[in-house]
Design a protein around this ligand. Structure first.
Ligand code: PMP
Length: 449
């Protein structure tokens, strides 16, 4: 594009212009083909160019595209809330619609505070979170995010909510090993509660599997059961941020379903609209809704486009599509296969320190030394180079930070659409293999490895 006034992520970068998408493939305006190995930002769950969605968008636009939530309810949003109730665990039955993951987590925060106010405990205002986490870019969501780089500029405006160390076994912050560690990382929550005082804490928020801030870090078994037990015993709500991990991405409806735990509140986004419409949601349990129904009878939040019929019709079709095509099972099976194949690459390339994830959310972490897990120096931009080289070869992978506190440490997320077939996973692995080989050879020549 010759003339552009569009503010892009890196202002001096030339980005290819997307022209067309079909399934797991994207094509730019020059006709070059890319495999969308990251579903964009882990979003395009059902792949690109699904005609059924286009048809529903047209149909809904012809009926009614917009009504305002305090004037009308609408059929797609009502149906979507019923569908989400059937997907969500336990008594997580209620849905408040928003438009982005950040709004979903920020609403979760507000609902948690409101819950305690309605219960006559207004001093419960802090939200505990973990370092190495990302819950969104708005100030409330950023306050909860343990992402050093993204907080930096705005520190004076942020609350110090990140308190706990991450459950990051590859680089255990406590230098322990599972199971001898006895889940020290989860028990740290109890210590934090004792120090701060349960009377001041409204909720604990976590991504069930750490996404952008850790590249698909899966906690050890028993972690969430311990967290949930500590939260319950101390009267603290547990918020599961499923913005990246939900809607089948991790081989189950929600990532938290891998463990025997029901959150009090869940935040959804990304895969809900699957890239076809901006829609996200805060789901709330009966237990949390009860005092709100008895008390002020409204959630003190909302956006002009909340529960927009057009977006809701899209999301409802996405969920039906996932069910009809058994995409959760496919995500579980093809995702496990993809991870195994990436583990084969790990044997081949010493710069791959760790391969991890669940379902169709996998992470690859790079190290300069597999024995002491030393990260590469940040100045040599290893993950950025991997991403650029993969892109040249027609494979899109997603940047993630890794390493303690998200400082240093190179990693990428490979998370293709849930519709990815085994042969397509092979193609992704082949291109990634070539990419890692090229970069590792260059690092060796440069003496960095
Ligand atoms: N929570 C998590 C776990 C996320 O991964 C993201 C986005 N990467 C967000 C919240 C924020 O979502 P959005 O970018 O849609 O505001």
């Amino acid at each position: 594009m010759k003339e552009s006034y569009l503010i892009k992520p890196l202002l001096d970068e030339n980005y290819p212009v997307a022209a067309y998408g079909k399934g797991i493939y994207l094509y730019d305006s020059e006709g070059k083909e890319y495999i969308d190995g990251s579903s964009g930002a882990v979003t395009a769950g059902i792949g690109h160019g699904v005609l059924e969605i286009a048809a529903v968008m047209k149909e809904q636009a012809e009926k009614v595209s917009f009504v305002y939530r305090s004037q009308f309810s609408n059929e797609p949003a009502e149906k979507l809330a019923v569908k989400l109730k059937s997907w969500a665990p336990g008594d997580v039955n209620w849905t408040f619609f928003v438009n982005s993951g950040s709004e979903a987590t920020e609403t979760a925060l507000k609902v948690a505070l409101q819950y305690w106010q309605e219960k006559g405990k207004p001093t419960k205002t802090k939200v505990l979170s973990r370092w190495m986490s990302y819950h969104g870019i708005t100030l409330g969501a950023l306050s909860m995010s343990g992402h050093v780089g993204r907080r930096e500029r705005f520190t004076p405006l942020l609350e110090d909510f990140p308190t706990l160390n991450p459950p990051y076994c590859y680089r255990c912050p406590f230098n322990r090993t599972y199971p001898e560690c006895a889940l020290h990382c989860a028990k740290e929550l109890e210590t934090a509660i004792r120090r701060i005082g349960a009377d001041h804490i409204a909720a604990f928020i976590a991504e069930p599997i750490i996404g952008a801030s850790g590249a698909a870090v899966v906690p050890p078994d028993g972690y969430y059961e311990t967290i949930s037990e500590i939260c319950k015993r101390n009267d603290i709500l547990f918020i599961a941020d499923e913005v990246m991990t939900g809607i089948g991405r991790c081989g189950t409806r929600f990532a938290i379903d891998h463990w025997n735990v029901t959150p009090d509140i869940m935040a959804l986004g990304k895969g809900l609209g699957a890239g076809y419409a901006p829609i996200a949601a805060t789901m709330i349990s009966d237990r949390v809704m009860e005092p709100i129904f008895k008390g002020s009878k409204l959630i003190m939040s909302g956006h002009t486009y909340s529960a927009n019929p057009q977006s809701a019709a899209v999301a409802l079709t996405v969920l039906n599509y996932i069910e009809r095509h058994n995409l959760i099972e496919q995500s579980r099976n093809v995702g496990a296969y993809l991870k195994d194949q990436l583990k084969v690459l790990q044997q081949k390339y010493p710069m791959i320190g760790d391969v991890r994830g669940r379902g169709m959310l996998t992470g690859v972490e790079f190290v300069s030394n597999i024995f002491n897990k030393l990260p590469f120096a940040s100045e040599i931009h290893v993950s950025r180079t991997i991403i650029e080289r993969a892109m040249k070869k027609g494979l899109i992978v997603y940047p993630a930070s890794a390493g303690v506190d998200g400082l240093g440490g190179d990693a990428v997320i490979i998370a293709p659409p849930l519709v990815t077939k085994k042969e397509e996973a092979d193609k992704i692995v082949r291109l990634f293999d070539q990419t890692v080989k090229e970069v590792q050879d260059e690092l060796q020549v440069g003496g960095f490895f």
